[in-house]
Ligand binder design. Structure first.
Ligand SMILES: [Zn+2]
Length: 69
C-alpha cells in the first residue's frame, strides 16, 4: 500500500483537553497524553510488564534454494 504523499502537512490535533489514562487528570501538553512524567512512566511500566499486543504476523518462511538432492 503505497501512500502517495500529496504534500499535506500533518496538522496537529486541535487543542482538545485529553485526560490522563492513568489517573484521569487533565493531560498537560508537556506530558501528553499524560498529566505528568510520572504517569507517563507508569504507563510505560505497564507496557513493559504487561502483555504486548503484537499481531502475530510473521513473515513466511523462505524456502531453501534449489530443489536438487
Ligand atoms: Zn496522571
Amino acid at each position: 500500500m503505497a501512500n502517495t504523499s500529496t504534500g499535506n502537512p500533518v496538522t496537529p490535533l486541535p487543542a482538545r483537553r485529553r485526560r490522563c489514562p492513568i489517573c484521569g487528570k487533565p493531560a498537560m501538553p508537556r506530558h501528553q497524553p499524560f498529566c505528568s512524567a510520572r504517569c507517563a512512566d507508569i504507563d510505560l511500566g505497564r507496557w513493559l510488564n504487561g502483555n504486548y499486543s503484537i499481531p502475530a504476523d510473521e513473515p513466511p518462511e523462505e524456502e531453501p534454494e534449489g530443489g536438487e538432492r
